[in-house]
Ligand binder design. Sequence first.
Ligand SMILES: [Zn+2]
Length: 173
Amino acid sequence: MKKVLNKLEVFTAEDPMPFLHPEGDPWKDVREIERIKLEWNLSYRHCLGKYSRFFLELEKGRFLATECPNCGKVWATPRPVCADCLTICKWKELPGMGTLVSHSISEFVPAFMKVETPYVLALVRLDGADTLFAHQLKNYGRREDIKDEMGVKVVYAKEPVAHPILLMCFEPL
Ligand SMILES: [Zn+2]
């Protein structure tokens, strides 16, 4: 009878560096390895908090920044509180046009992202904003066509998405 239900196998791990052990494997007493099967299914409720309205407006095809009523700085990525003067900000809609300031191209991404590669991460200064917004650049054609200082726009997802931040991305003008 199987005493451990999730046991997969027992095997002997080889010494990966036998050339370093002319007198014998010093780890030989711990090379018997038991492999078991574990399953993780993590599910939890995540609150988007003070950023919620930003994501809710993305569903309507609207891009919101926040504006500081004290110093006038416009934050996009939105900030509930102005990082410069600690004043509570107001929401402000931006037209969703901007300029590519910098970008990086990744050939590999973590599997959980479920995106095509190469993945282009764009740093964009949106018209009317004083800060930079980082998000994926899509439909750029050839990678040689991606030029910093080129115009980009916010594009909204037409299909249902797995996370609200995927409701938008950037595309060249
Ligand atoms: Zn401020």
